[in-house]
Write a protein that binds this ligand. Structure first.
Ligand code: GTP
Ligand code: GTP
Ligand code: MG
Ligand code: MG
Ligand code: ZN
Ligand code: ZN
Lengths: 205, 205
């Protein structure tokens, strides 16, 4: 069994456990600093009255993201991968054992900032969101076809800076749909609040 | 021999070849869309009268970056890694065979956009530059200690947007120096031209 196959098997086991406990898992992938944690903070504020939310963060060595989201009053787990450039199903399982799954309806998971490797290592989530931001330029969607084909939702964030950057959110949207006609694309600005309701809707929440 | 050891050995062989041919190699690593290609374009414009410059770009599948730099009239090679999240010494060697090394003094190499994996896979370069941009926020240096410890120069780019982002370039500089007291830090904006001369100097050019 290759490492990828082992991971896939563990991811399926994770998914069965989550389904048994009635936990809906949304996994956020994306470039470094694209706004994954900020978007999750915005979603927590919008949804914590309606759902019991939990958060799992993946990072090499710090607890920065779990600390940020934890301040919103939801249970959090910080996973550290050491040198590894992506979360894997085995490490994610450890987080599941640290949470009270019976007390969680919606689990928001943030993968390590990386547009390549997380695509190859499913965790067992129900929905995959890939987050990029206009400040990265206009080529990043086309340059990372695999992750956009894997994702259910693409978020084009920081649109408040689009004009300044000379980058068109609509052209990024076109690139995503060209790679994956079934992907839902949401354009957001955490700064202005634009697109957050659309993101909630795109996630079926 | 592990994969890492094999890579290290090939990197050393690459380095010997480059030294024999009198080619000085600067390797650019950094986050997706941090401005690696833009900085290289700026350096090419500044330095092409003084040095015979070549460029090697690493990307999953496209030729976007090699096309951009090629328009400045320097020889370019685009390497494609397929699914791999970093260039390796073996692939870099293929680029060296495609270039006329006798006709090149300065080789600028751009690794795949990724702040984690390129740190583990040396190519044989003389200088390593890691590029991050203020639009990624204020945590990315602390979150990626290994790559900052490996680098000779850290570039904090897009400082023209620092105020808008509420991010302090000086605090990012402090984070880098805390991880690696010997690293040189240059704050740049390709948009305004700020810091490009300082970058040339930091590279010993
Ligand atoms: N202007 C603007 N800034 C934003 C927006 N969303 C996030 N930011 C800023 O972008 C920076 C990075 O945001 P994070 O939420 O930490 O991004 P991230 O994707 O979680 O980063 P990593 O987990 O470190 O990869 C921070 O300075 C945020 O305040 C936005 O819509 N507009
Ligand atoms: N405002 C501002 N934008 C910049 C600056 N430097 C680069 N950019 C923009 O940032 C975007 C990304 O620049 P690139 O040079 O393609 O970045 P890169 O690191 O080569 O990107 P990848 O190779 O795709 O990872 C482009 O839209 C550039 O025009 C800067 O100093 N200020
Ligand atoms: Mg984050
Ligand atoms: Mg580039
Ligand atoms: Zn990886
Ligand atoms: Zn990697």
């Amino acid at each position: 069994e290759s490492l990828l196959e082992v991971n896939r098997r563990i991811a399926e086991e994770n998914r069965r456990l989550l389904d048994e406990r009635g936990v809906y898992v949304v996994e956020f992938m994306g470039s470094i600093g694209s706004g994954k944690t900020s978007l999750i903070e915005a979603l927590v504020e919008k949804l914590k009255e309606r759902y019991r939310i939990g958060y799992v963060a993946g990072d090499l060595t710090t607890t920065i993201d779990a600390d940020r989201v934890g301040r919103h009053g939801v249970p959090v787990v910080q996973l550290n991968t050491g040198r590894e450039c992506h979360l894997d199903a085995n490490l994610f399982r450890k987080a599941l054992y640290q949470l009270d799954l019976n007390g969680i309806d919606l689990l928001l998971v943030e993968n390590v900032g990386n547009l390549i490797c997380p695509a190859d290592f499913p965790l067992g989530s129900h929905r995959k969101v890939v987050v990029v931001s206009v400040t990265e330029g206009e080529h990043m969607v086309r340059k990372h076809p695999i992750i956009f084909k894997e994702a259910d939702v693409a978020v084009i964030n920081k649109v408040d800076l689009a004009e300044e950057m000379g980058v068109s959110p609509s052209s990024l949207e076109r690139d995503a749909k060209e790679l994956n006609p079934r992907i839902k694309v949401v354009k957001t600005s955490v700064k202005t609040g634009d697109g957050i309701d659309e993101l909630v809707e795109a996630l079926g929440l």
